[in-house]
Write a protein that binds this ligand. Sequence first.
Ligand SMILES: Cc1ncc(C[n+]2csc(CCOP(=O)(O)OP(=O)(O)O)c2C)c(N)n1
Ligand SMILES: [Mg+2]
Length: 351
Amino acid sequence: MAKAKKTAVKAASKTATKKDNFGGLNSKVVIQMLDLMIKSRVLEERLIKIYRAGESFFWIGGPGEEAWGVPLGMLARVGKGLDFDFMHLHYRCAPTVLAMGVSMLDSIRLMTNRATDPSTGGRNFSNHYAFPDMNIAPVTSPLEVQYPIACGTAHAQKRHGKKSISVVTGGDAGTAEAEFASALILSSRKGKELPVLITVQNNKWGISTHYDGQHGENEIADRARGFNIKSRVINGNDPIETYLAIEEDMAYIRKTGKPAFIEAHVSRLYGHSSASGANQEKNEVDPVKDFEKRVTKSGLLKESDVKAIWEKYEDEGIKALEQARTEPVPTADSIWDNTYVGSENADWRKF
Ligand SMILES: Cc1ncc(C[n+]2csc(CCOP(=O)(O)OP(=O)(O)O)c2C)c(N)n1
Ligand SMILES: [Mg+2]
């Protein structure tokens, strides 16, 4: 564990290697990116093992979206309140929340339904995070509701005037929902544009329905272009291309107060969820393995350094699970906590 850290710091003192300049990014950023991508993969594979061992009921998550999600989390301005960015994420966002500073332990607490889970008190699925102190809005199971909600926080941020932005993520199939169209309209009205980064992670699947045959537009990004939103398609399996695109678009949104749109092509590496078996897909690009090869080929890290990173996080994941196992599950008397019951809005008859 200590060895991997030391190696990373030593390599970070270089600015780039001769063989690969990684889009001009500092080598410290490149190494941090690979480190977090591996961390995310190890966590997700741990969550799948937890499901298989019968220690949880359901798994859904983000293996295959690391090259997209990690740069996004690294570039977010993390904090609480309107001075900082708001994140409206979907259920494949583990890479992003880990890059923002969420721990493996808190993810495993959610997966194993512990009362100590800070997101939901042990009452929701894996990867349904909520971290108010980091402006990470609750991940919802109903697809796409996060899109117009992101316009709401963006509206408040615009009025606040501190150049913070809202970010929203979601899948390709979900764009069929009306809320997606609403967000394009709400964010782009002339003179009232909103500082929101609208994104779609296109893995070409909605559970078992393929992308082909479901879209009249040539690419999802075309729909944003129809509303004069700055829009592009990127290879979301390439973390360097992704980092540079998000960095540029975030700067544009902060400067102009206007929206931007990114369609990122990504992999779905373990199928939709545990409902479809959570088995590894052999025909999908593995962004973590690809980037690992690129980094070692460049000479920035040795294969042994990368192996040490995997081992470090395997160790962390196992220790986190052992810790979560010792913690209590929610009790029946907390069933109404954090619901409308008992609050001022509890009785609809009084509305
Ligand atoms: C409003 C709504 N309709 C249907 C579902 C059931 N459902 C859950 S995930 C999913 C597929 C979503 O596909 P996509 O938006 O492409 O995201 P991906 O899972 O591929 O990342 C569906 C239909 C839901 N959760 N919410
Ligand atoms: Mg999809």
